[in-house]
Design a protein around this ligand. Structure first.
Ligand SMILES: *Cc1c(COP(=O)(O)O)cnc(C)c1O
Length: 396
């Protein structure tokens, strides 16, 4: 009996927008016996870890660490700043903003969502209108998703800060940088972001399970004025621990910390600006290939303007609901897993390429080659020369 030929054997590649590819250095750092949590190396590594996390977020301010995914950091940020009955504004460019807004409803906030759809950046005229109408400053925070991972829209955080300053509106800017941190330029302090939430499994290249909330003095002043903050989510002891266990309000995420240490070493050895430049160049190669495929009429990029596209994830749609079949083909036949079409009306027609974290040019070319192969197998019309053009984009 003969077995059917498979081209999927070999090292598999998970090219989804989180969790991202884990560097061997991260995996190896985690492969060790449990450390003492009361004394020694684990405790001593914390000050440098905190310093190096701040360097990635480009802030000199505080950070609280949670054993949580990104959703946990959404709740953490809200729990420290928004009292029941207070209002938050959520300008939405995709599914993740709605998710954070729902979390705000869950803690008793009034939520004003301005929906810009799934392929447009924030419209600052509409945001300005809402803020101007709020003369009593009921809006306490803007839930600002930097890169919405479902749509691959990147929004302009410095412009949001400038708008608030122009209008003299005191709302906190709370940025979700879960997809963008460690992938593309983000400057918490220089951009006037008051609270930043992020998690470890995307640009920080560590298995899911640890999240971070960075906050400045303005956000801390709001925290101090809160009627109550639930004990576990309270950022105060976590950011100013007197005892080691207070960093985590309990047992430390021991092995995650070793993995994260290795990941931060990789990021800072490369240099954060170089990390951003690498992601930018790789994204340009990906867009170049996609734009050429799109000439065939079946594939389209979700975000029309390059300037509005994330450097960490690319959302694409295929006519005829072929997104899901394409993903099935790459996974089963090629060993390449692509991201599902999240939050889109035509779920099966859309898919996403994750290009965040520990990726290089040959991995991007392999991913693009996998998509080209699947399109050939499924007989999807497409422009020719996409891979060659991507190769050229990598070197120019
Ligand atoms: C991944 C992601 C989240 C959710 O993170 P989880 O760890 O899955 O809870 C939230 N916001 C953005 C922008 C993301 O990319």
């Amino acid at each position: 009996m003969t077995h059917p030929i498979s081209l999927a054997r070999g090292r598999e590649y998970l090219a989804i927008p989180g969790p991202s590819v884990m560097p061997d250095a991260v995996l190896q750092a985690m492969h060790r016996p449990s450390p003492n949590i009361y004394d020694g190396e684990l405790i001593e590594m914390m000050p440098d870890l905190i310093r190096d996390l701040r360097r990635v977020a480009r802030t000199v301010h505080n950070v609280a660490i949670y054993i949580a995914n990104g959703h946990g950091t959404w709740e953490a940020a809200l729990s420290n700043t928004i009292a029941p009955g207070e209002t938050v504004l959520a300008p939405a460019s995709g599914r993740f903003t709605h998710g954070w807004a729902e979390m705000a409803e869950g803690i008793g906030a009034k939520v004003d969502v301005i929906d810009f759809g799934t392929s447009s950046v924030w419209g600052f005229d509409r945001i300005a209108e809402v803020l101007r109408a709020d003369s009593s400053h009921d809006i306490k925070a803007i839930l600002a998703v930097h890169v919405d991972t479902s749509s691959s829209i990147r929004n302009n955080l410095p412009a949001l800060r400038a708008l608030l300053d122009d209008l003299g509106h005191p709302a906190l800017v709370m940025a979700d940088c879960i997809a963008s941190l460690g992938c593309e330029q983000f400057e918490m302090d220089a951009w006037g972001v008051d609270v930043t939430v992020t998690a470890c499994q995307k640009g920080l290249m560590t298995p899911p399970g640890v999240g971070f909330v960075f906050f400045n003095d303005k956000a801390q002043a709001k925290r101090a004025a809160m009627p109550r903050v639930s004990r576990y989510w309270d950022w105060q002891p976590r950011a100013n621990p007197e005892l080691f266990y207070q960093y985590f309000d309990g047992t430390a995420p021991t092995h995650h910390l070793y993995g994260l240490r290795a990941a931060l070493d990789l990021i800072h050895a490369e240099g954060i600006e170089n990390v951003w430049a690498r992601h930018q160049r790789l994204a340009q190669a990906i867009w170049t290939a996609c734009e050429i495929w799109a000439q065939g009429g079946a594939l389209s990029l979700n975000v029309a303007d390059r300037a509005d596209r994330s450097h960490a994830v690319t959302a694409l749609c295929l006519s005829g609901g072929l997104g899901t079949p394409l993903r099935s083909y790459t996974e089963q036949s090629l060993g390449l897993t692509l991201g599902i079409g999240l939050g889109m009306e035509d779920w099966d027609g859309c898919f996403r390429l994750g290009h965040m974290g520990h990726i290089n040019a040959q991995m991007v070319m392999a991913m693009l080659g996998g998509v080209e192969t699947a399109m050939a197998a499924l007989d999807i019309p497409r422009g020719t020369g996409a891979l060659e053009a991507a190769a050229t984009a990598l070197v120019t």
